[in-house]
Write a protein that binds this ligand. Sequence first.
Ligand code: UD1
Length: 371
Amino acid sequence: MKKVIDIIVGTRPNFMKASALFVIANKFPKLKLRLIHTGQHYNDLLSKIFLRELDLPKPVCNLGVGSGSQAIQTGKIMKNYEAWMLKNQPDMCIVVGDVNSTLACSLVSAKMNIPLAHIEAGLRSFDLTMPEEINRKITDCISTLLFVTEPSAINNLRNEGHPYNNIHYVGNVMIDTLLHMKKKITSINLSKKFAVTSKKYVFMTLHRPSNVDNKENLKQIIKQIIELAKFIPIILALHPRTQKNLNAFNLMNALTNANNCKVIEPVSYLESIALISKSKFTITDSGGIQEETTVLNVPCLTLRNNTERPITISHGTNTLINNDWSLFKKTIKQILENRYFKTATNIPYWDGKTGWRILNICEQYLSQPKT
Ligand code: UD1
């Protein structure tokens, strides 16, 4: 009998991580993977398009939770996933990343004594004002298998008392997908679709509550962006949270009327990677983009005070801006004058084989007799 594994997705950054497992699933005939969509992200541009592009199967169920406060969203996912589990019990549940869907399904799985595996375990920003940091810490506490992407995560987990045997340094599934999709990405015609010239524009994304939910912070970022656009065109792919707040804070017009600032809808995965790889540099507050810019060797300015992915600074192309706008301008000047010398170095296990290592460990775990 095949062992059944539920793989949970809910938001945009989850789909590329799950894809790395599904594309190699046929190499593991003893396992049956089921894709469970919580419905946390529900519009086509944040969800459906990714399922299509990333060769993911149709989810076996959609929990249909949609938007809500932190508690409402988490609670709804828990209630609906528990109902699914009661009827369709898996042998294991795999969660990825740090979003509300990750935490909610982890809690359900652990309370029903289903072995839980966390992909991207151990990452820590040490900033408990971020919902994602709370999600990560609690998920790790109740996980059976902890799959880590970088050495800092091993230290964090060891410092929190996790036994060595539960921690597996397997690499980065996001990079598996990036490498897998490379051919498709190079075939995208950016100048036709977005009217940009290779290495002559900046790609930008922004959605963290700390940047976009506070009017003064968002106003300051927009001011800096409008100023930067005097020197190089900017293309900003707008997340719904940011769009809502730009409108609420009356900042949208200033941004869209600025010369050289192109505000577009959220882009697909392939378009996003193509836009990053051909940009002169990227400005973001996303966790995944810090990793993708590192592998693509594109300078990345991160509009945050911390990162849970320090390897992108020590071994990659990332610089944290820390609300320091003089550092922002100084770093941009270096990049534009080709004096930014942070380049990507090879990171162990970011080699396109992480998904295989993960499923191999899961298969071995599930083949052991239950104690
Ligand atoms: C969530 C994750 C974040 C991840 C991000 C990627 C949590 C706590 N946060 O943040 O870690 O980096 O996804 O996008 O889980 N909305 C839409 N359409 C949708 C989905 C959301 O319009 O398909 C709107 C919602 O109504 C809400 C806002 O976008 O007002 C934010 O959505 P939410 O899921 O709460 O969190 P994100 O900011 O997307």
